[in-house]
Design a binder for this molecule. Structure first.
Ligand SMILES: [Zn+2]
Length: 181
């Protein structure tokens, strides 16, 4: 499956070509794309808040900076939500059929979200391992809450050392708003 245009670089309107952290080409490695949107009430559409493309080597380095405890806490949260979704097969089916419309971990429609994030794992200009999904506002705030103060400090240390990009990107990474999974 080709990367849908929603996940293209909004400036070039083409697939992302370089990692936002190490600036290496994305042609030789798999990479993750993450975009965050704010939704307006009354069907007034949505606004892109941020977008990043990060190569897997950078993702692994970042995860390596997090304590096992932090990683396990986030993993547990994902597992718990996935299991809850499996109890609701119709919801799960909808999320699988329309991955850009229903939250993978809650089944909530974007129409009912004030904000949401889109994730994709890519290889070249294709989606890799069918990893294309969104997370709605309620799940995102649970993930935020599950990040301890020390996790945020760990992320901060990493971005200070490795991220040369714009200060806005550093801020996003530090706050844990960019989710590394
Ligand atoms: Zn990179």
């Amino acid at each position: 499956m080709y990367i849908p245009s929603k996940l293209h670089n909004s400036l070039t309107e083409k697939p992302f070509s370089h990692c936002n952290i190490c600036e290496n080409s994305l042609h030789e490695t798999e990479y993750l794309i993450e975009k965050a949107y704010k939704r307006f009430d009354n069907d007034l559409g949505e606004e892109l808040l941020f977008e990043v493309a990060i190569c897997l080597p950078c993702i692994y380095t970042m995860r390596g900076q997090l304590s096992t405890e932090s990683l396990l806490r986030i993993e547990d949260l994902f597992k718990e939500k996935e299991m809850a979704m499996q109890q609701q097969p119709e919801l799960l089916e909808k999320a699988r059929q329309q991955p850009l419309h229903y939250c993978l971990l809650s089944g909530k429609s974007v129409d009912h979200c004030k904000s949401y994030q889109v994730y994709a794992r890519c290889s070249g200009d294709e989606i890799s391992q069918q990893q294309l999904y969104i997370l709605g506002d309620s799940i995102l705030s649970e993930i935020q809450e599950s990040l301890s103060k020390s996790t945020k400090e760990e992320l901060e240390r990493f971005t200070d050392e490795h991220v040369g990009g714009p200060p806005e990107l550093k801020k996003l990474l530090n706050s844990g708003e960019v989710i590394l999974f």
